[in-house]
Design a protein around this ligand. Structure first.
Ligand code: 6GU
Length: 250
């Protein structure tokens, strides 16, 4: 997969060299290019923003530099053989970024991110590129960040771990014993490792019982407990009938 990021803070994307994403890049599974938007500014001060039409606080990112930047990055990508880009526009006004959307983005061969600072990008930029390619305006949660760069890191990590061969087998096949739509929509329960006793605290006996059915059911119940406590909205959506079927098997 190819990823391009156009930003006024290229160094903000340095974490893309670390950990899972960094390793995927080193292995050639991810081709990441970070571009400085100011390269496409055209005045002495490398201005990329201006005051908003209609007044109001803050500044708006200008059409000119963004248009020239995106045209150049797209042309370079096509020249190098990349195909069918999708534009990913991080904005608190976007649709919620979810695991489902991460799976959808992971299918695409080329993502072009446009993280903005200030009050956002002149609307005409998104309108223009939406005539040429799919555009995903995404928000990573109900709070406001100073810019979209942190959202690019979030989306990239969520997408990269879904690419074939990026995660180890053990991790990618977890929870396979559960029907999709049942456990899939719950939060993970607690986990334990050695030693068996720490500061007088033991581990749940069932986990060393060797009874895989009971372990699976315990994990499911803990997942339900945690989900009910932290995300009651997710309980509404889960498939209770699938749990009942599973229970009758144990
Ligand atoms: Cl994608 N950008 C900004 N600036 N703030 C956000 C966000 C994105 N998602 C949640 N808050």
């Amino acid at each position: 997969m190819r990823l391009d990021v156009v930003t006024i803070f290229p160094e903000y994307l340095d974490p893309l060299n670390v950990s899972l994403v960094g390793k995927a890049r080193a292995r050639g599974q991810l081709d990441v290019r970070v571009h400085d938007l100011r390269r496409w500014a055209y005045d002495r001060h490398s201005t990329v923003d201006d005051t908003p039409y209609g007044g109001g606080p803050g500044m708006v990112m200008k059409t000119g530099p963004w248009g020239d930047a995106l045209d150049t990055v797209l042309a370079e990508g096509y020249e190098e053989g990349a195909r069918t880009p999708a534009l990913v526009v991080p904005t608190p006004s976007g649709r919620p970024f979810t695991q489902k959307l991460a799976v959808e983005l992971a299918q695409r061969p080329w993502l072009l991110f446009t993280p903005a600072r200030y009050e956002g990008i002149d609307r005409r930029v998104v309108e223009e590129y939406a005539t040429r390619m799919p555009v995903y305006e995404v928000s990573i949660g109900d709070y406001v960040l100073a810019g979209g760069e942190a959202a690019v890191l979030v989306v990239t990590e969520a997408v990269a771990r879904l690419l074939p061969g990026v995660l180890g087998n053990a991790e990618s096949h977890r929870d396979d014993s559960f029907a999709p739509g049942a456990m899939a929509d719950l939060l993970e329960g607690p986990v334990y490792t050695k030693p068996p006793v720490w500061r007088g605290r033991g581990i749940p006996e069932v986990l060393v019982s060797g009874h895989h059915g009971r372990i699976a059911r315990w994990r499911r119940d803990e997942a339900l407990r945690r989900t009910a406590a932290n995300r009651p909205d997710l309980i509404e959506r889960c498939d209770a009938a699938a749990f009942d079927r599973k229970d009758r098997e144990v």
